[in-house]
Design a binder for this molecule. Structure first.
Ligand code: SF4
Length: 433
């Protein structure tokens, strides 16, 4: 059984913030608003933007689970924030505030014809979770994923992943592992909820000493699988027919995309995942529907006058250039938002990826850089906790107090001071790992 042989030891209930349970940070309280599948209407984005302007620090942060955060909220503003979110449909079941963690393949139907309707499945799963009182016990870290078949969300090893195959069946993955569970499209949501219900039936989930499927021993995972296999519409395939976890999907493209139906979509990366209110207003004006991605980008699934909007949004500071050094770059809050941080990681990341030190990929390669030269994702962190680290292979740039430790799988770790040497070390790690 491929579950972790040494599950992590949890000290108690997780402290993941929500829209109601705010987290006290150094720069005020932080609200995390769940956006299942990263799906937002323009109206909901407008409400979030107004809330950030009126009640927060004026920006929207995009998270690695395609959720949205507002920083700098005061205690006095918490009730007003909850009221606005509720009216906009962003807090449909207050008791499930932190339980609605659902990834959905953001490019489904945009660059390919998906195996099923991802958005519809995400909405159905969200409604099913909110309809189960016992799922209020899920930790704020328990994660579902609805994939379109390419593997971009299940490669994040969600606790429950739904991966449609070409045979008309859906693979139900637990913590990214295929245990042979198969079901049909119409039963997939019910089966995903059955996994979650089985998990929270464990008293330790109630006590908060297990948070995720990966906290279970192999024998315990086997019992969950055996229980779920008895659900109507579920069958198990032999070990020989099981699938390996899909490979990590490279940093996806940005810019104008031509959809299979002939319309156009627009994909924009958001530098360090921080949207200004002005950028958010423009996005809401450009498209009635939006999808936040786990890699801190925004997909506008159907856009009229896509090239014009791309120009306007690029001018506003969003990234549409597939050769941009900002692609795949993320950071935790760092200073001044987090007291644990040893550095202002966002400022240092901006210095490096904004080419302040003159280390330009085009100059290095002698031609315009492209996705092949963007290389591995890179995540900047202010301490070992590593908040927001993307799933899969990634270059970690960890603040040490007198510089940064740059590490990536398969490469020796280097410690360098901020400045040009750091820029070179990060770029080298991304390209050669
Ligand atoms: S990784 Fe450390 S410094 Fe960064 S936000 Fe998390 S706790 Fe704070």
């Amino acid at each position: 059984m491929p579950a972790s042989p040494s599950p992590p030891v949890r000290g108690g209930p997780d402290a993941c913030p929500g829209a109601l349970a705010l987290h006290q940070a150094a720069d005020g309280h932080l609200a995390r608003i769940r956006c299942p599948g990263g799906l937002l209407t323009a109206g909901q984005l407008t409400v979030l933007t107004a809330a950030a302007r009126d009640l927060g620090d004026g920006r929207l942060e995009l998270t690695s689970r395609a959720n949205v955060q507002i920083r700098g909220v005061t205690v006095a503003a918490a009730e007003a924030l909850a009221g606005r979110l509720s009216t906009a449909g962003l807090l449909p079941a207050p008791g499930h505030d932190r339980a609605r963690n659902i990834l959905g393949s953001p490019l489904a139907g945009v660059d390919s014809v998906p195996g099923w309707d991802v958005a519809a499945q995400v909405r159905a799963l969200d409604a099913a979770i909110c309809g189960q009182p016992q799922l209020t016990r899920l930790s704020g870290r328990f994660l579902f994923a609805v994939d379109d078949g390419r593997g971009d969300t299940v490669s994040a090893r969600p606790d429950v992943g739904l991966l449609p195959g070409t045979d008309g069946l859906v693979v139900v993955l637990l913590a990214g592992v295929d245990h042979g569970l198969r079901t049909g499209h119409r039963d997939a949501v019910r089966v995903a909820v059955a996994v979650a219900r089985t998990f929270v039936a464990d008293q330790r989930a109630v006590d908060g000493t297990i948070w995720r499927i990966g906290d279970l021993t192999a024998a315990e995972v086997a019992r969950v699988v055996a229980r779920v296999a008895t659900e109507p519409g579920v069958h198990r395939v032999p070990a020989a027919d099981r699938r390996p976890l899909p490979r990590q999907v490279p940093v996806p493209p940005v810019g104008v995309l031509r959809r299979p139906d002939g319309d156009h979509a627009l994909v924009l990366a958001v530098p360090l995942g921080r949207l200004t209110a002005e950028q958010a207003d423009l996005l809401a004006a450009a498209s009635p529907q939006l999808r936040i991605t786990p890699w801190r980008a925004v997909v506008l699934p159907t856009v009229t006058d896509a090239a014009d909007w791309a120009d306007r949004l690029r001018t506003a500071g969003l990234v549409t250039d597939p050769g941009s050094p900002w692609l795949g770059v993320t950071a935790c809050a760092g200073r001044p938002g987090c007291l644990r941080s040893r550095a202002d990681v966002r400022a240092d990341a901006t210095a490096v990826h904004g080419h302040r030190f003159g280390v330009d990929a085009a100059a290095v390669h002698g031609h315009r850089s492209d996705l092949a030269h963007v290389g591995l994702p890179v995540h900047w962190i202010g301490c070992e906790r590593g908040c927001g680290t993307p799933a899969g292979q990634v270059v970690r740039v960890l603040a040490t107090g007198d510089g940064y430790r740059v590490s990536a799988t398969g490469r020796s770790t280097v410690h360098v001071p901020p400045g040009a040497a750091l820029a070179v070390a990060v770029r080298t790690a991304r390209e050669e790992s």
